[in-house]
Design a protein around this ligand. Sequence first.
Ligand code: ZN
Ligand code: ZN
Length: 369
Amino acid sequence: MAPSDPVNVALTIPKPGIFELVERPLPIIEAGYALVKTEIAPICLEGSRIWAEHDFEFHDDPYHLGHEGVGTVVAVKPGSNFRVGDRVIVFQGDHCGHCHACTSGLSPTYCDANDPDVMGVDKAAMRGIELRNGSPSGGFAMERYRIAPEANLARIPETLDFRHAASANCSFGVGFSNQELMDVKAGDTVLIGGVGFIALGHVISALYRNARVIALARNPYRIDLMKRMGVEYVIDPEDDDWAEQVRALTYNGQGVDVAVDGSGVAFYQQRLMAAVRKYGQINFSGHTPGSSLHISPLQHVLDPAHRISGQHDVRVRDRERLIRALMSPEVQRMVDIMVTHEYPMSKAGEAFAKQVSKECGKIYLLTQQ
Ligand SMILES: [Zn+2]
Ligand SMILES: [Zn+2]
């Protein structure tokens, strides 16, 4: 069954601060892939990094944008496990089915099909999806129609709306999956620093798990969001006694069980590592281009017996529990606070400018409007 619209429409950013919607032929799919009419493409690095600086990752460029999203299946090939009309979350990238990530239920970001060192930049990730389908469009999320490998689709339960399901990628989804990786439990103390949309996802995940959340934060807009979610403790990382304030909130003053960085910069990373108890964990969930952190194996790992982790995206093995969490009314309440703005894709410039302002949580683009 073919969609009734004659063309696909894709968002492009040909120059910094300038966007254009362009028409392309409708996507073509091969077996193993579904054609999805997109509804929401949440904004990830497209706002700050791409809009303002025209700085792209290997998998996108001015004419091919977006990786997060939800929508409705409009075409499949015979033998598919999906049906036309299924509402789905699209997890980013392609699926090879044979690599360590694919066979171990890990995040598709680590699949060989999405690795530019394995495939070559022109054949990896979303570009590879278009190539392997012989399609003139549809590899990317900021398009009205998108191709996705069925292995990276998850059906959305009837009672879950698109707005909540769309937080399953780089916001609540990334926080949730990283906390599954670390086994964050009720009663843990979780220190979260450098609060953007990934860290807000960590806040929701930690509160959902009944952990005690302490935020190291300076942005008043985002502090207000966290307080409305239920975060009781917010500490200014520039206070002289920030470390004492954190320790005073932990069992026996021993330090936090888990620290999460959402900033990607050493200012927060150094403080977070210093606040973790012996045998505790540090998780890097944010990244900033060009930033680096000096680590001494003896001082920062062996002596405190710290474990360091970090991963992009959501592990396949966490998808069911993630979707079950998204069906919790309390998680939905917090996602409604995190998603501060929604814009039609035809007003993408306003959306990106809002993201650059940092006066926002997660921003959604409504791709059909
Ligand atoms: Zn793979
Ligand atoms: Zn993302």
